[in-house]
Design a protein around this ligand. Sequence first.
Ligand SMILES: Nc1ncnc2c1ncn2[C@@H]1O[C@H](COP(=O)(O)OP(=O)(O)O)[C@@H](O)[C@H]1O
Ligand SMILES: [Mg+2]
Length: 178
Amino acid sequence: MVSRVRGLVKKAPPRIERWDLNEAVGEVVALTRQELLRNGVVLHNTLSSDVSHVMGDRVQLQQVLLNLVVNGIEAMTGVHDRPRELTIRTIRADPDTAMVEVRDTGTGLDPGYADRLFHSFYTTKAEGMGMGLAISRSIVEAHGGRLEAAPNEPRGAVFRFTLPTKEKAQTSPEVLRS
Ligand SMILES: Nc1ncnc2c1ncn2[C@@H]1O[C@H](COP(=O)(O)OP(=O)(O)O)[C@@H](O)[C@H]1O
Ligand SMILES: [Mg+2]
């Protein structure tokens, strides 16, 4: 099964191009609109005008974001005593780096399991596969970025990933090739 999942990641040849980050985020939001509604999640969307184009495989990075949004929604299904809020932001981290942040008011991260979240097959869900974050981190790192998790205040979790805004020498990321 591992190799089948890896196959999914590798199937499409990488398409490294320059594209508008906020527009790509908007498309993912549109895809999840129904799911947000169905789960009573209020979406806050703060797309920075300081962020425009990033480099990479647009579809793969949209899958990374989609994954984070779905995880955020799932982390809030058990929340009944406070608003279920999902905040998606784009931020200019520095001149060469854009950042995407997905913040939820869900059950939060298990303290002490911080980095295990990103390991293959780590899941706390009855029907979870535990592959989403592992694959997502590989994709982001193959683009020269980082994907990290942190606690949200006062409740929930924040996941952030960075992306290069400028063309770099690396054009054939390891994960996409091997
Ligand atoms: N937003 C989040 N809030 C709390 N825990 C999370 C969040 N996102 C992921 N996790 C934890 O990380 C685990 C792994 O996530 P993932 O790799 O996407 O696999 P899956 O969603 O199949 O469980 C989840 O089972 C959950 O325990
Ligand atoms: Mg998941």
